[in-house]
Design a protein around this ligand. Structure first.
Ligand code: HRG
Ligand code: AKG
Ligand code: FE2
Length: 365
């Protein structure tokens, strides 16, 4: 008990130091940290973090990355490398199909903005993005769609391509690997323990921000909404006026990006306004924080602006998975975060699903 309390005050002290740093001088990052999160996954259920110096170190590394960079690479995450590679490989195969074939799963309002969109169809700040993609959002097909959302614009069922034939099963397996209850043969966890990657990282963030592991469970993110994008970026033709994906922040809690190896394209904006490359680090996910963490942390964690420029001769694939709050979560600054940031809420409260819907409807002309 005593021990737990001293860790807690240690976390609070760091929070205050971090905040001072933020207000005194904006330090600018020049690289993105790599964090081995395996200590977070070692325990069967919730890690007893207060008692383990390794988990404490990881929590601190994640906290520092969220405060100073908004991006980090994770390794030791337990998702098999083969599976990460296979998903991107199948995406490459899909994008080489004819437009007619790809349009069999064309995105529309009827599918709740799920499905295939051709190059230029996604728009960021009014400008067409030079990527094609299949967007998947948590399926709400009438059965499990909450009654209050029945006429909702994001109501719909995912559209899965028939070719390549293994696309759907492999992506489904991948989704369960990143989000829940997965333990494949090369997974680091023994004995069918759930991985819950997004949730484990959120538990670490919860400990850093509030001193307890479950601040984002229950009505905040206990039934997390998710999005999954399979994106293809052709090499840019008009390099000066085109962008693979315009600068933006992500909408929710955490994004886990699985990107092609050996090709640099993702750029992250630092506090000085310089673009820092998020070069691929084989076997890792690039993780970044979204708009909802800005509000919950009252600005301690700011989502970092990023963009994609495929200024290469090769076609690039990336596969982001978005781990989000509950669709109906009311997001407002946490008391413990307000206490270390001057006592006032710096951001208006939002309902996550409303924020997401506005963003999605703005992404298509
Ligand atoms: N679910 C996420 N985060 N998607 C990001 C998509 C790229 C930016 C988007 N066109 C925009 O303007 O936000
Ligand atoms: O392709 C990438 O590396 C990132 C894509 C992205 O930022 C997004 O879809 O939100
Ligand atoms: Fe993004």
């Amino acid at each position: 008990m005593l021990k737990a309390r001293s860790v807690l005050s240690g976390i609070k002290r760091r929070a205050q130091v971090g905040n001072l740093k933020m207000t005194m001088a904006k330090i600018s990052f020049s690289s993105i940290p790599v964090i081995d999160i395996s200590p977070l996954l070692e325990s069967r259920s919730t890690p007893k973090v207060q008692e383990n110096s390794n988990t404490r170190r990881v929590i601190n590394e994640i906290d520092q990355a969220c405060r100073n960079v908004g991006f980090f690479y994770v390794q030791g995450h337990g998702v098999p490398l083969d599976m990460m590679n296979q998903v991107r490989q199948l995406a490459h195969e899909f994008f080489t199909l004819s437009t007619d074939e790809k349009y069999k799963i064309k995105m529309s309002s009827a599918s709740g903005w799920r499905g295939y969109q051709r190059v230029g169809e996604n728009v960021t700040k009014g400008v067409s993005d030079m990527h094609e993609a299949i967007d998947f959002l948590q399926d709400y097909d009438g059965g499990d769609f909450p009654a209050f959302l029945h006429d909702h614009p994001l109501h719909g069922r995912n559209l899965w391509p028939e070719t390549p034939t293994s696309f759907r099963p492999v992506c489904k397996e991948y989704l369960s690997a990143v989000q829940e209850a997965y333990c494949g043969k090369s997974c680091i966890l023994a004995g069918g323990i759930s991985l819950d990657l997004g949730k484990r990282i959120m538990q670490a963030i919860s400990l850093a921000l509030t001193g307890v592991h479950d601040s984002f469970e229950g009505s905040r993110a206990g039934s997390p909404f998710w999005l999954f994008r399979v994106i293809g970026y052709p090499p840019l033709e008009r390099k000066i006026t085109e962008v693979g994906c315009g600068e933006h922040t992500d909408y929710g809690l955490l994004t886990l990006v699985n990107q092609d190896e050996g090709i640099r394209a993702l750029q992250v904006k630092n506090q000085a306004g310089e673009w820092i490359w998020a070069d691929p680090v084989p076997g890792t996910f690039v993780v970044n924080i979204g708009d909802m963490l800005k509000i919950w942390s009252n600005g301690l964690y700011m989502p970092t602006v990023h963009r994609v420029l495929n200024d290469n001769s090769k076609y690039r694939v990336s596969v982001p998975y978005f781990y989000e709050p509950n669709f109906d979560a009311l997001v407002k600054p946490l008391d413990s975060c307000k206490q270390v940031t001057g006592g006032e809420s710096k951001f208006a409260s939002v309902v996550y699903g409303e924020h997401l819907t506005k963003k999605v409807l703005n992404n298509f002309k």
